[in-house]
Design a protein around this ligand. Structure first.
Ligand SMILES: Nc1ncnc2c1ncn2[C@@H]1O[C@H](COP(=O)(O)OP(=O)(O)OP(=O)(O)O)[C@@H](O)[C@H]1O
Length: 266
């Protein structure tokens, strides 16, 4: 375990013990000047737990994710933030380095044996076996996100932090990426914290959905639907309605498994 700047306590263990959680936040507060953006967040993610974080624009989702990722020392001293050591990040923009070929992007910074062959294996896993020597600009948006997923998962993270990774993709590609992410998750079983604006994406992928409202967790909903989850399932629709209501979105989205759903709740 590592303690990020918000942490007051660093667990000191003589020998590594199996982690009892991937993330533990207690009373994490973030202020910008007089403005409080996170109002004392309490959240624990068990190992292998898939959690989606919804919330209106400006509710503090990215702020919380950045704090968990250790990218924001503005939460220092506000509470406890213990995060497992092997964390991977994924963003809306794939953040591939333009001057490195795809396989080199995935292998970059990898420690341990044979980074090259691990990179190639990861790329094959996301369906990019034939594009390993391509430059990032030669890939489509969906392929770039596949490469970014390969780069994240090749590190065998215990916690995957994803900030709207599919937000810039078209609806069809997004559906394919949902299936891929869930498949990769089933195989590798990291804990996942997925920030999204897409209620359907959250209910389809996550086993627990949180709604952040003005820096507070307003809803913590367990989604106990078997895969493959159908948007036509009345229980899926119930979850969607609950979440849309919590997000202050009036009306109910029509049931469909197709790509033509209203997605954005922003
Ligand atoms: N560097 C900063 N300085 C001042 N205020 C900031 C800064 N970064 C974020 N904020 C404010 O913190 C609040 C939460 O921002 P955050 O980016 O976490 O929201 P979000 O829920 O991720 O929004 P979105 O869905 O639009 O991405 C916003 O009101 C934002 O203006």
């Amino acid at each position: 375990m590592a303690t990020h700047p918000g942490g007051l306590t660093a667990p000191q263990r003589p020998a590594p013990a199996p982690a009892s959680f991937a993330l533990r936040a207690e009373q994490v507060v973030r202020r910008y000047g007089d403005r409080v953006v996170l109002h004392g967040i309490d959240l624990t993610l068990e190992p292998g737990e898939f959690v989606a974080l919804l919330g209106r624009s400006g509710s503090g989702k990215s702020t919380f994710l950045r704090a968990v990722a250790g990218l924001d020392d503005g939460v220092a001293g506000s509470g406890v933030l213990d995060v497992t050591e092997r964390v991977s990040l994924s963003f809306q923009d794939s953040r591939l380095l333009p001057w490195a070929r795809v396989a080199d992007n995935v292998a970059l910074g990898l420690t341990g044996p044979d980074p090259r062959s691990r990179s190639l294996t990861a790329l094959a896993e996301v369906g990019l076996a034939g594009r390993t020597r391509a430059w990032p600009h030669e890939l489509s948006g969906g392929e770039q996100q596949r490469a970014a997923l390969a780069r994240a998962l090749v590190r065998e993270p215990e916690l995957l932090l994803a900030d709207e990774p599919f937000g810039a993709l078209d609806a069809l590609t997004r559906i394919k990426m949902h299936a891929l992410l869930r498949e990769l998750y089933e195989r590798h079983r990291p804990a996942v914290l997925l920030v999204t604006h897409d209620v359907d994406e959250a209910v389809e992928l996550a086993d627990r959905v949180l709604v952040l409202d003005e820096g507070r967790i307003a809803v913590d909903l367990a989604v106990e639907l078997r895969a493959p989850r159908s948007r036509r399932d009345p229980r899926f629709q119930n979850h969607r309605d609950t979440l849309l209501a919590a997000l202050g979105v009036a009306g109910q989205a029509p049931a469909s498994d197709g790509p033509d759903l209203p997605k954005e709740t922003r």
